[in-house]
Design a protein around this ligand. Structure first.
Ligand code: ADP
Ligand code: MG
Length: 391
């Protein structure tokens, strides 16, 4: 039995099988950023890809104004009236889909009653964007059920708005965009500012993307993130002496930056700026080498990215550094780097398929020895963005 058929059985057990309305199934993936870290808020490129695992949503119309929420990942389940969609701390995970309903209502859509069951395969809070996944699948599913247009860029934007305003997390657009717009065997070159994007073939051939979860809680991340952002703004102010029109670091080419970097008197600020400008350049080089099918060159760019995040941007930490170092010691590994905001969360590595088993064993063992933490590994393919599944 397929997973979605098994989920359908759970749905019927939970909500009954008497309704004459059909159950429909939708899926949105998780995502991983392959390169281009801390570039988004600097007007630079990111390069995320959708994963083949994500969040499945089964949904069936009800004849009243109640919405039933249940998830195989959390015990809390309840029905609420569609007229009373408000943030409540005790509603925990249900606030994510409620935020989407609220956002649809704010746009003038009168959402009907539904029974909904989610099932997620993404570890929560590890930087693979389970939140964007549940948001986007909910928005896409509800709009489809209501017979409304399902423009995926619009869905990404409304999902980001729900996370910003209803949940209160100030995330950028990358996660929701990748989850909505992903394409099998392609990564997405995205300019977060303008939403200009391009699907770039990522034919990894005999190589697999392996995500390693450090399982380290990302405690430092908020304050350090804000500090990095303000250091980038400071850098822009210094560089404006030479480039008066400059508003974001991403507007400078590498050459322009290099000829003006002496204007930044503070060494820390200079290091932050250098990371941003060089990282954007690495993203553009990545597109070039991938178009030639040169995976080894892409692997070297991943390593360069990690080293820069470690030495210049200083957002890695012992767990991420240990995991990347252990990864690069395994034969058949082309590249490895932290992915996400840093200080914890995940690494992504490009590993030859014959080395994957050895990779998981050795990296897991070394990581445990050096940090005392147990890592989890996910061998990934690049999948599609949000879509309806056939039941
Ligand atoms: P990340 O997006 O990095 O995984 P977040 O803290 O942003 O971490 O979002 C995780 C939260 O999203 C979970 O704690 C839960 O509230 C909600 N969520 C994600 N997936 C599901 C799911 N399958 N079922 C219910 N809630 C989910
Ligand atoms: Mg999230």
């Amino acid at each position: 039995m397929t997973e979605v058929k098994a989920l359908l059985e759970q749905f019927v057990e939970l909500y009954g099988g008497e309704s004459s309305n059909p159950v429909r199934a939708f899926h949105a993936p998780g995502r991983v950023n392959l390169i281009g870290e801390h570039t988004d808020y600097n007007g630079g490129y990111v390069f995320p890809a959708a994963l083949t695992f994500g969040t499945t949503m089964l949904i069936r119309k009800r004849e009243d104004d109640q919405v039933g929420f249940a998830s195989t990942n959390f015990p809390l389940r309840k029905h609420i009236s569609i007229q009373q969609v408000e943030f409540r701390a005790e509603d925990d995970w249900i606030n994510y889909p409620k935020g989407i309903i609220r956002e649809l209502q704010k746009r003038g859509l009168s959402v009907g009653g539904y029974d909904i069951l989610y099932s997620g395969a993404i570890p929560n809070g590890s930087g693979l964007s389970s939140s964007a996944s549940i948001e986007v699948v909910t928005a896409y599913g509800l709009l489809t059920m209501e017979g409304q247009p399902t423009d995926k860029v619009e869905i990404a934007l409304l999902s980001q708005k729900a996370e910003n305003e209803f949940i209160g997390v100030q995330c950028g657009i990358m996660d929701q965009f990748a989850v909505a717009m992903g394409k099998k065997e392609h990564a997405i070159l995205l300019m977060c500012d303008t939403l200009e994007y391009k699907h770039v073939p990522f034919a990894s051939g005999e190589y697999k993307l392996v995500i390693g979860n450090t399982n380290k809680k990302r405690g430092l991340v908020d304050s350090a993130y804000n500090e990095r952002r303000s250091q980038c703004e400071q850098a822009v102010k210094y560089l404006a002496a030479e480039y008066p029109e400059l508003t974001l670091l991403g507007q400078l080419s590498l050459e322009q930056y290099r000829s003006a970097q002496h204007l930044i008197p503070d060494e820390t600020v200079r290091k932050r700026a250098q990371h941003v400008v060089e990282e954007i350049d690495r993203v553009l080089q990545s597109i070039e080498v991938l178009q030639r099918g040169d995976l080894a060159a892409f692997g070297r760019l991943m390593i360069g990215s990690h080293n820069s995040l470690r030495d210049l941007y200083e957002v890695t930490g012992v767990e991420l550094d240990t995991m990347v170092e252990a990864a690069l010691a395994v034969p058949g590994v082309l590249g490895s780097r932290m992915t996400g905001a840093g200080f914890g969360g995940c690494t992504v590595s490009l590993v030859h398929q014959d080395s994957v088993e050895r990779f998981v064993g050795e990296v897991g063992r070394v990581y445990k020895e050096k940090t005392g933490l147990t890592a989890d590994f996910y061998v990934c393919d690049i999948g599609n963005g949000v879509e309806e599944l056939r039941l």
